[in-house]
Write a protein that binds this ligand. Structure first.
Ligand code: SF4
Length: 307
């Protein structure tokens, strides 16, 4: 096992009210495995990603990565894991310096994390650009002279260059045109076959999850509602929210990831958090929050599956 997350929790405060963005989430990832974390805006999936790389500090819980608890790691311990966990974001432009050539930005990690010299960096940058389908001349281009898809390819090149053990991809196709999204998915499938990394895909793009992921964790309002193998989840969704997510009622197009999160919507009045939208709601759902149960190799949080 490469990553073992236990009872991860994060709350935020707004207008003197506390909102639980991530509520007691646990999951594991094995070497070479690919986990998709799906859910709509406010489900807490991006908050999990930010905690894994400590852009946000968890309130409680453990992030055991290769034997070290990153939830409590100090600055130098986190620095030591930088090579092994890389993250790619939704808007790659924001993570590049517009004044620097692509080769400088892409190769920055090699200098600071791996301590390579200029000649070694140039060689590795060229190899990585080639791997993500960017021609050698792109090394001398500035980020504002390339397209959004090329920029995301450069971000992927930068992340894989240091040969991480875990690559976290946070909505990396959602800012791209549909045709470019398909190219990036093809690239990721190709890289998965070539490199023995573990992946976490934080996404509302179910196509991406279906093509790439071994297992899926479905989140709703900070809670895990269902998790299992991608095959089981897509072929036989059990939780009413998963069914809705996979049905034509709530296609990915209906989930607007760019709209700001309404913290008020994260509040709930007890019972199941999904009860307002659930077509299977029962009396018990109004007052008692369902616990996670294990049924046939999958986790599910729903009173429909009480014994
Ligand atoms: Fe629906 Fe009740 Fe299950 Fe919640 S616990 S998803 S309201 S059936």
């Amino acid at each position: 096992m490469i990553l073992d997350v236990k009872n991860l929790t994060k709350t935020f405060e707004k207008n003197n009210k506390t909102f639980t963005a991530v509520d007691n989430i646990s999951f594991q990832i094995n070497k070479g495995e690919c986990l998709g974390i799906v859910g709509e805006s406010g489900s807490g999936k991006s908050t999990i990603a930010k905690m894994l790389v400590r852009l946000l500090n968890p309130d409680s819980g453990e992030i055991n990565f290769l034997g070290k608890d990153l939830a409590t790691a100090n600055k130098s311990e986190l620095q030591a894991t930088r090579k092994d966990i890389q993250m790619i974001f939704q808007n790659p432009l924001d993570s590049f310096n517009p004044r620097k050539k692509l080769k400088t930005s892409v190769g920055a990690g090699l200098k600071y994390i791996m301590g390579l010299n200029k000649k070694e960096i140039d060689k590795k940058v060229n190899e990585a650009l080639n791997l993500v389908g960017l021609k050698p001349e792109y090394a001398d281009r500035y980020i504002n002279k390339i397209s959004g898809g090329e920029c995301q390819r450069a971000a992927i090149a930068r992340a894989i260059l240091v040969e991480p053990k875990l690559l976290i991809c946070d909505e990396i196709t959602s800012a791209l045109d549909v045709s470019v999204q398909a190219q990036i998915i093809d690239l990721l499938v190709d890289l998965r076959n070539k490199m023995n990394m573990s992946y976490i895909f934080i996404t509302h793009d179910l196509t991406l999850v279906r093509y790439l992921c071994d297992r899926v964790l479905v989140m709703y309002k900070g809670n895990e509602v269902e998790s299992g193998t991608a095959k089981d989840i897509f072929e036989n969704p059990m939780h009413p929210y998963t069914k809705l997510l996979l049905s034509c009622i709530m296609t990915v197009d209906n989930i607007d990831e760019n709209k700001s999160i309404s913290y008020e919507k994260l509040q709930h009045s007890g019972g199941c958090k999904f009860k307002e939208m659930c077509p299977n709601r029962m009396e018990i759902c109004n007052s008692i929050k369902p616990e996670i149960k294990q049924i046939n190799n999958r986790n599910i949080r729903c009173h429909l599956y009480n014994d």
